[in-house]
Design a protein around this ligand. Structure first.
Ligand code: 5GP
Ligand code: MN
Length: 316
C-alpha cells in the first residue's frame, strides 16, 4: 500500500512547481527537521520551495544548515502544500490554514486525522523524520549532508536520544545511514538534548519548586509569572517534563504551562507500556502518542490542574 502512496507522491512532486512545507504549531525537532529534510531535498531537485513557520524558527534549531531559509510568511502562489509531523489540520498555524487542507500529510501520530488528499501516516515510526528518511529516495530525491543533519535531528529529538519505548532497529539503521551522509551526531545531540540556556534552568527551578506527587503521578506548574521572573524567552516548558519523567516510582508525569491568561498547555509523559496518555489528552481536545501527549486547554491554571489530575487518575 505504501508503494501506491509513494507513486502518488512522486508523481505529484514531479509536477509541483511552487511548494509550501510546514510543521505543527510550536514546532519541535521532528517538525523542523522534517520540514528541512524534505525541503532541502526538493530544492536540490530544482523545485521552488517555501518552508514556513509563522511564529518563526525556535532558536535551538538555528545551527541547522538551511534553517535560515525558513520564513514566517508565504510569498506568491503555491501549488503544492505539504504538512509534516502534524496530526490534525488545527495543528497547522492559523495563518497557513487559509491555504486549505494540505495536499500531502506526512506524519507518525496515531491520532492523525488524515486531512489531506495523500496521507502518508505510519504510526509505528519513531518520528516523521524516520518516515522521510525511508521514503525520500523512493520519490527520486537525494538526502545530502544538510538534509541528513535535519532528519537526524528529528530522530534524536522524538526518541529523546534513541531511548523511547517505541525505538526500533530501523531507526538505528537510519541514524547510521544519515551519519554516512555526513550528519555529525555528537554536535546535533548536544544542541537539541543537552545544551540549556541559563534562563531555561532558572525556569526549571521555578517549576521544580511546585513539584507534587500523588500515587503514580507527579506534576509541576509553570506560570506566566515564573516565565517573566527569569525572563525565559520561550512559551514552552523548556523540556522540564523530561526531568519530571525521570522520577522513580512515578510513571506518569504532567506539566502545566500557562501560555497566556486563561490558556494552559498540558503535557503528559508515561513510562512503561501499560499507559496510554494520548487517550487522556484526547479527552481535552489534544492528542499525541501513548507515551507522550499534550493538549491546550482554556481555563485558569488552578481549575485546569484539578480537572486534568482528576481525569488522568480516572482513566489511568
Ligand atoms: P508535547 O507535550 O511535548 O507538546 O507533545 C507531546 C506529543 O503530543 C507530541 O507528539 C505532540 O505532537 C502531541 N501534542 C501536543 N499537544 C497536542 C495537541 O494539542 N493536539 C494534538 N493532537 N497533539 C498534541
Ligand atoms: Mn514527531
Amino acid at each position: 500500500m505504501t508503494e501506491a502512496i509513494d507513486a502518488k507522491i512522486k508523481a505529484r512532486l514531479g509536477e509541483a512547481r511552487r511548494i509550501l512545507i510546514t510543521g505543527h504549531i510550536r514546532p519541535d525537532g521532528d517538525a523542523v527537521g522534517s520540514m528541512l529534510g524534505l525541503g532541502l531535498a526538493l530544492e536540490k531537485a530544482g523545485k521552488h520551495v517555501q518552508m514556513v513557520l509563522p511564529a518563526g524558527l525556535p532558536h535551538v534549531f538555528e545551527h541547522l544548515k538551511g534553517s535560515e531559509l525558513i520564513e514566517r510568511e508565504v510569498e506568491g502562489e503555491i501549488d503544492t502544500f505539504i504538512s509534516v509531523d502534524c496530526a490534525e489540520f488545527s495543528r497547522i498555524h492559523e495563518e497557513l490554514q487559509t491555504f486549505g487542507e494540505p495536499f500531502i500529510n506526512i506524519d507518525h501520530h496515531i491520532t492523525n486525522t488524515k486531512y489531506a488528499d495523500i496521507n502518508l501516516v505510519e504510526a509505528d515510526s519513531v518520528a516523521t523524520a524516520s518516515i522521510l528518511t525511508e521514503h525520500i529516495p523512493a520519490w527520486g530525491l537525494e538526502i545530502d549532508r544538510a538534509s541528513a543533519s535535519a532528519l537526524l535531528t528529528g530522530l534524536i529529538t522524538d526518541t529523546l536520544g534513541f531511548r523511547t519505548l517505541n525505538m526500533n532497529p530501523k531507526a538505528f539503521r537510519q541514524a547510521a545511514d544519515l551519519m554516512e551522509k555526513g550528519a555529525y551526531i555528537p554536535d546535533l545531540y548536544y544542541r537539541v538534548l543537552i545544551s540549556r540556556s541559563f534562563k531555561a534552568v532558572q525556569y526549571w527551578g521555578k517549576g521544580l519548586a511546585t513539584l507534587e506527587r500523588d500515587g503514580q503521578m507527579v506534576w509541576a506548574v509553570l506560570s506566566l509569572k515564573d516565565r517573566k521572573a527569569v525572563e525565559y524567552r520561550g512559551n514552552d516548558d523548556a523540556d522540564l517534563i523530561n526531568i519530571l519523567s525521570s522520577i522513580e516510582k512515578s510513571p506518569i508525569a504532567i506539566i502545566f504551562v500557562e501560555l497566556s491568561k486563561g490558556m494552559v498547555k498540558v503535557s503528559w509523559r508515561a513510562r512503561g507500556k501499560k499507559w496510554d496518555v494520548a487517550q487522556v489528552a484526547s479527552e481535552f481536545g489534544g492528542g499525541g502518542h501513548r507515551a507522550a501527549a499534550g493538549a491546550t486547554i482554556e481555563g485558569s491554571l488552578e481549575e485546569i490542574k484539578h480537572r486534568v489530575l482528576r481525569v488522568t487518575r480516572e482513566i489511568l
